[in-house]
Ligand binder design. Structure first.
Ligand code: SAM
Length: 289
């Protein structure tokens, strides 16, 4: 699938197919002519899946039944080989939304890790946009390259992957968005302020509050950005069975925080925010507060 190809609802040669059995266990196969997929109870002939619509039930020679769908992006990234930890789909969706990564946008991304976020960014910018990604570690870049090209069935022409530290690269291009997922994004704030167009978005994903604090302070110190805004996305699944409708007992409690700021026009000094001291502010006597 290219970043713009309209998907067909019918299975074709080369498609990945996610097969789910009655217990919910999933297997993924890639359709090839005259191939078989063997199970503990017979085999599935690929030719019998090719041409069927998604959402069909397919059966092995031993009578095992599977529901067949093409994997969604979420299914793909959660099951693809990993080097570094990936950005989870809930966070990738928020990054694309909050940073307004839209068709035609030019994105500078680092670090690439396993390439999960790169795929979301490439899909969002479409064929008119561009994603230039940087990854410090060769072995992770290799994994990401494979994951991205496997997903799009070829390396996207509007994607570059450079091995090295993003802040050490002599950037000659301007970008609309700088999206970071790395240990020390605060080291990249100055670089981001140089490459971003006025109004461009800086957005970083960080795992801990100490990283969040260091990044926020670097953004404020740079004075080239709006006040940083931070958030985390908590998604809680729900169980529904008759009247037993309640939150699921298990959830992913924490993945990371997002910190966001916009590049000011060169030379702009943003009007200082006027805040009234809060009750618990340091240095205030109790009676003054
Ligand atoms: C958590 S992983 C990124 C995962 C990725 N976003 C994904 O969704 O698959 C962080 C990566 O940042 C890379 N990295 C750290 N600092 C970097 C820098 N300054 N420039 C480029 N890559 C960097 C690390 O090598 C690591 O692979």
């Amino acid at each position: 699938m290219s970043a713009t190809t309209k998907p067909s609802p019918y299975f074709q040669i080369g498609d990945r197919v996610q097969l789910t059995d009655a217990k919910g266990k999933m297997h993924t196969i890639t359709l090839q002519p005259n191939q078989e997929w063997h199970t503990h109870n017979g085999w599935l002939v690929h030719n019998e899946v090719i041409g069927k619509p998604e959402g069909s039930v397919v059966e092995t020679t031993g009578g095992l039944k599977f529901l067949a769908f093409k994997p969604l992006l979420t299914d793909y990234v959660l099951s693809m080989p990993r080097g570094a930890t990936i950005v989870y789909p809930k966070d990738a969706a928020m990054i694309v939304g909050m940073a307004d990564v839209a068709p035609g946008v030019r994105v500078l991304e680092a670090g690439v890790g396993s390439g999960a976020l790169s795929i979301s960014l490439l899909r969002a910018v479409g064929s008119e946009g561009r994603v230039d990604s940087f990854e410090r570690r060769d072995e992770f870049a290799d994994i990401a390259r494979k994951n991205v090209s496997h997903y799009f069935k070829a390396l996207p022409e509007n994607w570059s992957l450079t091995v090295g530290s993003v802040q050490d690269h002599p950037h000659t291009t301007k970008y609309d968005r700088v999206i970071l997922d790395m240990l020390a994004p605060w080291e990249c704030v100055e670089m981001a302020s140089e490459v971003l167009e006025p109004g461009g978005v800086f957005l970083s994903y960080v795992a801990t509050t100490t990283q969040l604090s260091a990044t926020a302070e670097a953004i404020k110190e740079s004075a080239n950005f709006t006040e940083p805004e931070s958030s985390e996305t908590i998604v809680r699944g729900w169980h529904h069975e008759g009247l037993a409708v309640r939150p699921q007992h298990r959830m992913i409690g924490h993945t990371g925080f997002l910190i966001f700021a916009r590049r000011l026009a060169p030379g702009t000094i943003a009007p200082a925010r006027r805040r009234r001291p809060s009750k618990g502010a340091y240095g205030l006597k109790e009676e003054e507060a």
